[in-house]
Design a protein around this ligand. Sequence first.
Ligand code: 5GP
Ligand code: ZN
Length: 113
Amino acid sequence: MSCLFCKIVAGEIPAKRVHEDEQLCAFEDIDPQAPLHVLIIPKRHISTLNDLYQSDDALVGQLVRRAALIAKERGYDGAGYRTVLNCNSDGGQTVFHIHLHLLAGRRLGWPPG
Ligand code: 5GP
Ligand code: ZN
């Protein structure tokens, strides 16, 4: 298994986990871009957004809802936060196991660079 995030799911590479359930794992980004920067990932390996099927709709829903729950737990629901899914090189994807970025705790610029 060569995927970095699959190794984090398996516990072979340490990460600061903030949530885990049957389908998902969430952990702090190693290079945080905001006071809160968490990555929420499916435990199952899916390389990019292009590899999602209709049968994954519930999983994607869980991913997004978990981001909102973590933001709320940390008290950022009112001030706001950003969720980002990067896809392939122009989208800035560097790890090819889909992950939803949750960023909060500062005013985030728009449009992104
Ligand atoms: P991408 O650029 O693919 O959307 O995001 C990949 C994210 O994974 C980056 O924000 C990067 O800092 C984070 N990352 C890369 N390697 C590791 C690691 O070993 N552990 C953790 N916790 N995050 C990582
Ligand atoms: Zn993987």
